[in-house]
Ligand binder design. Structure first.
Ligand code: CA
Length: 683
């Protein structure tokens, strides 16, 4: 894919002539631009070492991987902290991290597949109570391309005769601030003062002259280390420093200025040495640290596939504390809804805008989603880069004379996101007690339509605009919804059930929210839009009920699908009771055989006499083994055949009793994963 960002040298020369007089700097940048203007495809990339300055290689304590998840870590939602030692013992692992706020812990293990198999295995379930167990997924910073150079010369031709908009020395390149009309907001007295924005990224160079005084203390979860204010924490590269500058670079006439120069940036290092993702476990602890240390906005220019309950719980913790979450949609162009955190409910998902000289449009690379909220400038964005003496120094940056600071251009939804995060800080300064959905609605109401007319999946409600500030805070249109899923009797709160809300929001937008029931059987949808939705519930996830990642029970007959259509107008909680029907039919029984129904955790076992060749066991709820027995040992090897009709599906069962024995477990065709899941019967 060739992006639209390339520019012809012809046009370049033309503009060079007309602009040389504007600033001596222009010449310098055009030279840099000519050197660096080779564009490449703009897809999501693994956070391989793209930076090439001072960054040391891998972190010594954490393993890294190119797989979708870390091979030697497992994340467990625990019931009781006292069980952590027992869990460690069972999986022969060592506790890495405990996150009591969301009752989760991670362990270093030999093999995650094996650890999951052990935790879900029949003998171990009753020894330790766990709410869920999951692999630790890998995610990536969302760079598009660094240092594409100065190619927005078209910006200037459209803005007419160039006038300094922000009074910064690099103003010439700050098209994004013009695009959103930021000066009108500053003129009203809002610059973000008093608001803390956490930048969850590669760390931030607090020694940069344009960031000095802007960077408060932060956190490096992989080391459990607090970062003193104003220090260099650019361990994972230049990306986070660039993001931080777009939010809060100083308004001092030198270099660039951020959207909200009054805010304090809290660096949270989620991409550590070499740019490697620390994992959902450490990321969750970083999110919680930020919330507990006063962050009001979480800026997330990163993401990846894999629904993590722990990560969801950490973001829900932030939302429940009134913290606004902003996240990049991704640079893979296509419409997607698997990228997290962007697609967790309540998150403000952001697309990237480019400026085409006579109009703004959604950038070619910018991913879309039914959940995408707004878009913001994200192509050829100039911002701060780590200093030469800093760990994240990036050779593709350049230095300016006025303050000796380093700067560079980047493109991506990563760059659009901090425009929105900074803007949110301005709105929070105006409305300090606004709920996250109210802030989102302010952004959406004030956005300028771009791209496809009306609300669309790639630009959301449009590009953020200054008019959101000083507009009235909406007092309806958002809510928190809990969807609880239990068995027929309301006793078993069922985890890992998928819950989708699909329908039309109060603004007539077609939306789709997705969540899964957590370890307490509740799917949380915090700060979503009011509206009329189909609630589609399906599950539980066969894979997560299985013993490990490889030993999957592919028995869809066990999964239940429920549906309801509801209007949601204010905070609500609804419960769905799963039920199931199960009947076993034997070829022929003589009347004295029996069945043993034994719960998977071994806690209960019921023996039932088989008085006829059919038996209804629909009353059962939970995970069970089905065993068949004769009252006395059989004389010959005997095969037992039966059929279970489970929720309308016929599944063949068989067992084998060797001569001299009385009992066999009944297996399905796969012969293993022999437990069955039932939800009981509603009268
Ligand atoms: Ca500045």
């Amino acid at each position: 894919m060739k992006s639209k960002l390339s520019l012809s040298n012809k046009k370049y020369t033309f503009d060079l002539k007309s602009l040389l007089f504007e600033s001596k700097l222009v010449f310098v940048f055009l030279i840099i631009g000519l050197v660096m203007s080779i564009t490449t495809s703009c897809t999501d990339r693994r956070s391989e070492r793209t930076d090439n300055g001072n960054i040391p290689n891998l972190s010594e304590n954490l393993s890294v991987t190119n797989d979708d998840y870390f091979p030697d870590r497992v994340l467990v939602g625990y019931e009781d902290e006292k069980d952590l030692d027992k869990i460690a013992e069972l999986i022969e692992g060592t506790l890495l991290l405990k996150i009591p706020q969301i009752r989760a812990a991670s362990f270093k293990v030999e093999e995650v597949e094996k650890a999951l198999e052990i935790l879900q295995g029949e003998e171990n379930i009753r020894k330790v109570k766990i709410r869920y167990a999951e692999p630790v997924y890998r995610r990536n910073i969302i760079p598009c391309e660094v240092g594409q150079g100065y190619s927005n010369q078209t910006t200037l031709s459209t803005y007419g005769s160039y006038q300094n908009y922000t009074n910064e020395s690099l103003d010439f390149y700050l098209w994004g601030l013009r695009a959103i009309g930021i000066k009108k907001v500053w003129d009203r007295g809002y610059d973000g003062t008093g608001i803390i924005v956490a930048v969850l990224d590669t760390g931030v160079d607090g020694t940069h002259p344009d960031l000095q005084g802007q960077i408060m203390k932060g956190y490096r979860p992989s080391k459990g280390e607090e970062l003193p204010e104003g220090t260099d924490s650019s361990y994972g590269g230049s990306h986070g420093t660039h993001v931080a500058g777009t939010i809060a670079a100083k308004r001092d006439g030198k270099g660039v200025v951020g959207v909200a120069p009054g805010v304090k940036i809290m660096p949270i290092v989620l991409f550590d040495s070499g740019g490697w993702y620390v994992g959902d476990d450490y990321a969750a602890s970083g999110i919680i640290w930020a919330v507990e240390h006063g962050a009001k906005v979480l800026s997330n220019s990163w993401g990846g596939a894999g629904y993590s309950q722990a990560l969801k719980d950490a973001f829900d913790y932030a939302l429940a504390h009134g913290v606004v979450i902003v996240a990049a949609a991704g640079n893979s162009k296509s419409s997607q809804s698997f990228q997290y955190p962007a697609n967790y409910p309540g998150v403000i998902q952001v697309g990237a805008v480019e400026y085409l000289g006579n109009k703004y449009d959604i950038a070619d690379f910018s991913s879309g989603s039914p959940m995408l909220s707004v878009s913001a400038p994200g192509v050829n964005i100039i911002s701060t880069m780590p200093q030469k003496t800093s760990v994240g120094y990036d050779k593709r940056s350049f230095q300016i004379a006025e303050n000796s600071g380093y700067y560079g251009f980047m493109s991506g939804t990563s760059m659009a996101t901090p425009h929105v995060s900074g803007f949110v800080a301005l709105l929070l300064q105006e409305y300090p007690n606004a709920k996250p959905w109210q802030i989102r609605r302010l952004l959406e109401n004030g956005a300028i339509d771009i791209g496809e007319p009306g609300i669309d999946e790639r630009s959301g409600y449009g590009m953020i605009n200054q008019r959101s500030v000083s507009s009235e805070l909406p007092d309806n249109g958002g809510l928190n919804l809990d969807v609880e899923v239990t068995d027929a009797y309301g006793d078993w709160k069922i985890p890992s059930v998928s819950v989708s809300l699909i329908g039309t929001s109060n603004t007539d937008r077609r939306v789709r929210y997705f969540s899964k029931t957590n370890g307490d059987g509740v799917a949380k949808f915090l700060n979503i839009d009011t509206g009329k939705y189909d609630v589609i519930i399906s599950g539980p996830d066969s894979r997560e009920n299985s013993e490990g990642l490889s030993n999957v029970v592919y028995r869809k007959a066990e999964e239940r699908v429920y549906y309801a259509n509801r209007s949601f107008t204010n905070d609500s909680s609804i419960t769905f009771n799963f039920s199931s029907q199960a009947r076993i039919k034997f070829k022929n029984v003589s009347g004295n055989e029996f069945l043993i129904l034994q719960s998977k955790d071994g806690s209960t076992s019921t023996t039932i006499e088989l008085l006829s060749n059919q038996i209804d066991i629909s009353h059962l709820s939970g995970r069970y083994f089905i065993k068949f027995g004769y009252p006395s040992p059989v004389l010959h090897n005997t095969t037992v055949n039966a059929t279970i009709t489970l929720n309308g599906y016929d599944i063949r069962l068989s067992g084998y009793i060797t001569a001299g024995s009385t009992l066999t477990t009944l297996y399905d065709a796969y012969g293993r994963n022999s437990h069955w899941t039932f939800f009981g019967k509603t009268e």
